[in-house]
Write a protein of this length. Structure first.
Length: 187
C-alpha cells in the first residue's frame, strides 16, 4: 500500500496494491499490520456503508465531537465521489482549510481522515456506494455538522444544485458550530 500526504497534515491518501489477471482483480483494502508498518495505528471498531441513488447527492460536512470523535477511512466501491476533509482544530496552521479528491470504484483510492476534521462527499455519478471504517462508535449526542457551502471554508464543489438531507440543509456555519477540537503540535 502506498501512502500519499496531502496539504492537510494527518489527512492521507492510501493507494492499495491491485493484482489483476484474466479473471479480474484482487486488492487488500485493509490490514492493521500493513497500516502500522506505515505509521498508522488506528484501531477501527465499525464499518459503515452508504448508498446514494442520485448524482449530485451531498453528504456533509459531518464529524463527532470529543469524547466520541472519529477517525475515518473512506473508499468508494461503486460509482464516484468527490471526497472532502476540513481542518476544524482550533490553533491549527491549516484551520478552516480543506482538501478534496475523487474516489472511485476504479481508482480504489482511500482517504484517511483523523479526528479534528469534518468530512463530506458529493456523488459524481448515480448509484454510488461508499464504505468507511471508524475508530469510535456512532454517538448521536456528539454528532455535528457544518454547512457544506460555508464561505469561510470555501469548498469548491463545482457548479451544483446538491441533493441534501434536512440535517445538512440546517447545518450551521463553522463560526456558529459547536466543535471542541484543539490543535496539538506533534514533535
Amino acid at each position: 500500500m502506498q501512502v500519499i500526504e496531502t496539504k492537510l497534515p494527518g489527512v492521507l491518501i492510501l493507494e492499495p496494491k491491485v493484482h489483476g489477471d484474466h479473471r479480474g482483480w484482487f486488492s487488500e483494502t485493509y490490514a492493521s499490520r500493513t497500516l502500522a508498518d506505515l505509521g498508522i495505528h488506528t484501531v477501527f471498531v465499525q464499518d459503515n456503508q452508504s448508498f446514494s441513488a442520485q448524482q449530485g447527492t451531498l453528504r456533509g460536512l459531518h464529524f463527532q465531537n470529543n469524547p466520541k470523535a472519529q477517525t475515518k477511512l473512506i473508499r468508494c466501491t461503486r460509482g464516484a465521489i468527490y471526497d472532502v476533509a476540513v481542518d476544524i482544530r482550533r490553533g491549527s496552521p491549516t484551520f478552516g482549510e480543506w482538501f478534496g479528491l475523487e474516489l472511485t470504484a476504479e481508482n480504489k483510492r482511500q482517504l484517511y481522515i483523523p479526528k479534528g476534521f469534518a468530512h463530506g462527499f458529493l456523488t459524481l455519478t448515480e448509484d454510488v456506494e461508499v464504505q468507511y471504517k471508524v475508530d469510535e462508535y456512532y454517538a448521536p449526542e456528539c454528532d455535528r455538522s457544518i454547512r457544506f457551502d460555508d464561505p469561510e471554508i470555501g469548498v469548491n464543489w463545482g457548479d451544483i444544485s446538491p441533493v441534501l438531507s434536512d440535517k445538512d440543509l440546517k447545518a450551521p456555519l463553522l463560526s456558529a458550530c459547536d466543535f471542541n477540537f484543539t490543535y496539538v503540535e506533534e514533535n
